[in-house]
Design a protein around this ligand. Sequence first.
Ligand code: NAP
Length: 327
Amino acid sequence: MSTYSPSSTRYDQMPYNRSGRSGLKLPALSLGLWHNFGDIDDLDVARKIILKAFDHGITHFDLANNYGPPGGSAEINFGKILNHNLKPYRDELIISTKAGYGMWPGPYGEWGSRKYMLASLDQSLKRVEIDYVDIFYSHRFDPETPLEETMTALSDAVKSGKALYAGISNYPAEASQKAFQLLRELGTPCLIHQARYSMLDRWVESELLDLLEAEGVGCIAYSPLAQGLLTDRYLKGIPADSRAAREVFLTKEQVDQVYQKIVRLNQIAQNRNQSLAQMALAWLLKDDRITSVLVGASSVQQLDNNVKSLENTAFSNEELKKIEELL
Ligand SMILES: NC(=O)c1ccc[n+]([C@@H]2O[C@H](COP(=O)([O-])OP(=O)(O)OC[C@H]3O[C@@H](n4cnc5c(N)ncnc54)[C@H](OP(=O)(O)O)[C@@H]3O)[C@@H](O)[C@H]2O)c1
């Protein structure tokens, strides 16, 4: 039996933003489980981060079939925490998962075929031990499978009740527009586009955000801290327990390349009485085309620090100008 009971003030501070023209609101900050929730990680720490997130009003937890490592283990671990501690609150939670990257061997274990997408969703539901996810995503655009097939699979996932909403991630603008049209025609409009967006990676500004607004589709920005580069993590070298030290998705060279920039950005953040992470998140949240910012965390302290970004999301013109010059 769980002894956890969520904070009674959990809905007092967090803003909830409508995703496009849908009926669904998402918290300004959502928690992603790509790293730090796999079998290589400490389940106790993972539990503390997730429960603290819910206490802060973070209702949205983002998964994918391949999160871990090993792939699948983040869903299993999230399922353990959900079913042990959060089961009474299932209707207060938005759980998403995705299919698109390599998950099992052979020709049906990745990309966008109906065969892969629907088998993967069934596997995810089993791992998390739930009957439905709130959002099911196509994780990447498949240039070989007809878009109609992938979108029909998403739509059928919704119609079968195994997902409540459909989303796409990492789709280029042109394919996104076609996907939105198809999903609308199928009667299951696209809820949201999950796209990489941070101060250090701004492709969505010129290519995607206006399209999403015009189409009534939300945007959830992932890797908003550029995997930790936009934090104080690397200001004094590379800590042994950091993502860059493990050199899997973030390399030491990447740290070196942006080091001068982050030192200067940190000075601007300090003048705003914010940590660099808080400023980087606030900088994304100032744009109302962004429904939610999807952040990762390896400790409760990092999560708490990130939530404080919500206390100041306004920027003076002078601050914006200085940041723009640096970027
Ligand atoms: N759709 C996609 O293709 C896709 C791709 C990538 C990510 N995502 C989603 O987006 C989520 C977030 O991505 P991400 O983990 O790359 O995001 P991120 O928020 O840019 O980076 C998270 C990492 O930054 C560090 N960090 C976080 N808060 C900090 C703080 N206050 N102070 C110091 N360091 C801090 C931690 O690094 P350490 O672990 O080193 O401590 C943490 O693991 C993922 O979990 C996933 O749900 C989706």
